[in-house]
Design a protein around this ligand. Structure first.
Ligand SMILES: [Zn+2]
Length: 152
């Protein structure tokens, strides 16, 4: 259940994480805070960029990683993502894919900037058809000579 106090605390955690973002390349600091369902515990993350660019990790994935490290993968029921953008940004596709690994489509995602929460959506709205399973090996149309195939 979400109350205004819960959102204020979640938003404050996301903004505190945003203040620690390491974004010297994009100059686009982002903070994210996840609330664990049931316990209400809040885990946050910020974007951590790298000179290689490809090794950069978004705030949302860092928050998920913190939540997994803390709880073993308990389900979150709310996420706040805060940036300086107007309108606020939505999580990127990589982060949506990682979020769906641990959160139900009903996960409430609040998109915020320094003016507060501006838009609320669900994970299911942003990622209606996530990749969720591998094709069963017997159903694959893989040539026998492909590395990793069962017949050699
Ligand atoms: Zn992302």
């Amino acid at each position: 259940m979400t109350t205004n106090d819960d959102l204020s605390e979640l938003l404050a955690a996301a903004m505190a994480a945003q203040a620690h973002a390491y974004a010297p390349y994009s100059r686009f600091p982002v903070g994210a805070a996840l609330r664990i369902a049931g316990t209400g515990e809040i885990l946050s993350g910020c974007n951590v960029e790298n000179v290689s660019y490809g090794a950069t990790i978004c705030a949302e994935r860092n928050a998920i990683s913190a939540a997994v490290a803390r709880t073993g993968g308990a389900i979150a029921d709310a996420l706040v993502v805060v940036s300086n953008a107007t309108p606020p940004v939505v999580p990127c596709a990589l982060c949506l894919q990682v979020l769906q690994e641990f959160c139900p489509p009903s996960l409430v995602i609040h998109l915020a900037n320094d003016g507060g929460i501006k838009r609320t959506v669900t994970l299911g709205e942003l990622l209606p058809q996530p990749f969720s399973t591998f094709t069963a090996p017997e159903d694959r149309d893989v040539p026998a000579s492909t590395p990793g195939s069962e017949s050699q």
